[in-house]
Design a binder for this molecule. Structure first.
Ligand SMILES: C[S@@+](CC[C@H](N)C(=O)[O-])C[C@H]1O[C@@H](n2cnc3c(N)ncnc32)[C@H](O)[C@@H]1O
Length: 231
């Protein structure tokens, strides 16, 4: 998979790609990352990427030409998603991560200031994704979160493929939250690990985990149970 990010702060994405699971994915040759700044596609001395909005009003708007040309310079595979990060987009969910993890190439566009010139949507963007109903100062943190959720689902990226299959929201968890997990010590400040987890009885452990997953979902996210029963 190839992942491209258009951002005026490419160094933030490069630092993000250089750590943890993403750097492992890169080393394993599963994912290739590129980040490009729209400033490279300006012709003035200040490398200006924003301007005042037509019609007046507060703030600055990111201009269409530097962003459109930055996307075009990456020559994304025909038909591959070009994703604008923005609060108006579809709220990102695990199902989106699963869908996007099957694409050979993804291009993310990060806005700043008041947002981007609307024509960027018309000319290069294929979908818009939001991290949630709140406003960030830029799309970089949102793109980073979405990229991390996608890349960990790409075949061969995680050492233990099982761990993604049974995570919260995954098909292996039936769309519910993950179960409770424990590790050593077996007792800490008077709190003991449930006996069944140390019994070595795999069928009983599976049963306990299924029950734990249901209980945690009922407690923390009852909406997921309602959603499941309505489908
Ligand atoms: C200050 S915001 C612009 C907000 C815009 N004026 C609005 O009210 O919808 C600047 C940039 O941050 C990014 N951004 C802000 N909130 C976001 C969110 N919830 N999800 C994804 N990206 C977001 C977008 O790329 C956006 O263009």
């Amino acid at each position: 998979m190839r992942i491209n990010v258009v951002t005026i702060f490419p160094e933030t994405m490069d630092a993000f790609f250089a750590a943890g699971m993403l750097s492992v994915a890169k080393k394993k040759g599963r994912v290739e990352f590129r980040s490009v700044s729209p400033r490279e596609f300006t012709s003035d001395a200040h490398r200006t990427v924003d301007d005042a909005p037509f019609g007046g009003g507060p703030g600055m708007v990111m201009m269409a030409p530097p962003i459109v040309e930055a996307v075009e310079s990456l020559q994304p595979a025909p038909g591959s998603p070009v994703i604008l990060m923005g609060p108006a987009g579809k709220r990102f969910e695990q199902a989106d991560a699963e869908r996007l993890a099957r694409e050979p190439e993804l291009t993310f566009v990060c806005g700043r200031y008041k947002g981007v010139d609307e024509r960027i949507r018309d000319l290069v963007v294929t979908e818009e994704i939001s991290l949630g109903d709140f406003v960030l100062s830029g799309g970089e943190v949102a793109a980073a979160a979405v990229i991390e959720a996608i890349v960990r689902l790409v075949d061969g990226v995680l050492g233990d493929d099982e761990s993604a299959a049974t995570d919260s929201f995954a098909a292996g968890r039936d769309g519910l939250l993950d179960c409770a997990w424990y590790t050593r010590p077996a007792e800490y400040r008077g709190r003991k690990v449930p006996d069944v987890l140390m019994s070595g009885h795999h069928a009983e452990i599976e049963k306990w985990r299924r029950q734990s997953s249901l209980e945690r979902t009922r407690r923390y996210r009852p909406d997921l149970i309602d959603k499941k029963s309505s489908t």
